[in-house]
Design a protein around this ligand. Structure first.
Ligand code: DOR
Ligand code: ZN
Length: 348
């Protein structure tokens, strides 16, 4: 790979963290993910949340029905953990392939987490079972304690919850989702190979200034919230390091424009339409285009114990114009990088 490379061809990548929603908007957003990725880990924080095998299986059917004609995209489903999740239900759905992982939302940490776990002690039996069967736990890593500053909630979660969990259940496979801090990077690096992390394009691209300087910019708001520049730099280094413990997870989280541009705007950045173009720009800027395939296409499958996708995708240097809004089957949504011109485009 020379610096002047104008094309980059990599194994077809996957998105290890996406929100596809449900109902009419599902058909409006899923084509963007299916165009870019072979598979995606689909988050279960719907209303009501996907808390049992039957619900997850039915949701998977709705996703399949919403795919564009001829798409070979594969959704990888997840189960939403609550205080009363039954370990047998978890083991059954994992064994029969209904879902590949379970998601831990601390109750009230983010969008759609009201039914989440109030104390990790309440799901101890579930976690022990997951460790025994090799099923990954996907973690939204923020404390919800009102006394903790929102910019510190991830670092405090490591101390109070994640480090003790990994110590107590050293066999458990854990994905620390959408990491946003230097502390999270250092934590993952300090663990064994059963602990990994996803990183979003926005946390590689923006710091908290993007959200707050010159006016409040609701389309730069997601959870965990973007942090200081020092953290963004640590994330860029981790993503571009070649470490197999970090991989692509967009956390693409579409919300209607009207619900973002409001007195109390929803958390979530819709980055699915130009996710690869956004990520590759970061690797290019870091002089690490040779590390992009590992991050986007190889590290995730290795962690989940899945084969790498067949086929490739090609990105090419050149103008890529991001529209101001996208019509997602009748819902206007403002995408990440709206109105910008990116320096790479994905070839059809
Ligand atoms: O910003 C976010 N939006 N963070 C999450 O954890 C959830 C997501 C959503 O579902 O909108
Ligand atoms: Zn998410």
């Amino acid at each position: 790979m020379t610096e002047a490379a104008t094309r980059l061809t990599i194994r077809r990548p996957d998105d290890w963290h996406v929100h596809l929603r449900d109902g009419a908007v599902l058909a409006g957003v899923v084509p963007f993910t299916a165009r870019q990725f072979g598979r995606a880990i689909v988050m279960p924080n719907l209303s009501p949340p996907m808390t049992d095998c039957a619900g997850v299986a039915a949701y998977r059917q709705r996703i399949m029905a919403a795919l564009p004609e001829g798409s070979d995209f594969t959704p990888l489903m997840t189960l939403y953990l609550t205080d009363s999740t039954d370990p047998d239900e978890v083991a059954r759905g994992f064994a029969d392939g209904t879902f590949v992982a379970a998601k831990l939302y601390p109750a009230h940490a983010t969008t759609g987490s009201a039914h989440g776990v109030t104390d990790i002690a309440n799901i101890r039996a579930v976690l022990e079972r997951m460790a025994a069967i090799g099923m990954p736990l996907l973690v939204h890593g923020e404390v919800t304690d009102a006394h903790v500053d929102i910019f510190d909630r991830e670092a405090v979660f490591i101390e109070r919850t994640l480090a003790p969990l990994v110590r107590d259940l050293p066999e458990l496979k854990v994905v620390f989702e959408h990491v946003t801090t230097r502390e999270a990077v250092q934590f993952v690096e300090s663990c064994g190979s059963n602990v990994a992390a996803t990183i979003t394009p926005q946390h590689l691209q923006i710091n908290r200034n993007a959200m707050l300087v010159g006016g409040i910019r609701p389309h730069m708001y997601c959870l965990p919230v973007a942090k200081r520049e020092v953290h963004r730099l640590a994330l860029r280094q981790a993503a571009c390091s070649g470490s197999a413990r970090f991989f692509l997870g967009t956390d693409s989280a579409p919300h209607a424009q009207s619900l973002k541009e409001a007195a109390c705007g929803c958390a979530g950045i819709f980055n699915a339409p130009f996710a690869l173009e956004s990520y590759v720009q970061v690797f290019d800027e870091e002089g690490a285009l040779d590390k992009f395939e590992g991050f986007a296409s190889l590290n995730g499958p290795a962690f989940y114990g899945l084969p790498v996708n067949p086929g490739t995708v090609t990105l090419e240097r050149g103008e890529c114009r991001v529209p101001e809004t996208i019509d997602a089957n009748g819902t206007a949504i403002v995408p990440f990088h709206a109105g910008e011109v990116l320096g790479w485009r994905l070839l059809a």
